[in-house]
Write a protein of this length. Sequence first.
Length: 124
Amino acid sequence: MFDCVVFSKIFTSIESLYGCFDNIDICCCGVCCIPCLFGNNAEKIDDSNCCLMCCIYTLLTPCYLCWVPHMSKRTALRYKYGLNEDPDCGDCGAACCCPLCALCQEARFLERQSKNQFEENTNS
């Protein structure tokens, strides 16, 4: 089965694009309110205003342009953590064709990064 792993840099936590059920809380949040999950992710990526990002995503959804800010934040996430873009689907493909899976993937990755950072700080 084809599994597009967008965050393909080899390190301790690689999140699968289709691993939505790896974290049920994030999956439920995404299913119930995709714009909220986007806003929350954007805030963690670059301190964007969560509410503003949620509103932008919501306003762009009816004209099928919500993928534009999503792709931008996804690219920012890759640059922030030095991750490689998958050549098979890339940021644009993930944001356009699988936005819920991509947002859940990003949220799981950010949560894991936050936990790892917390553990490093407590062990220091």
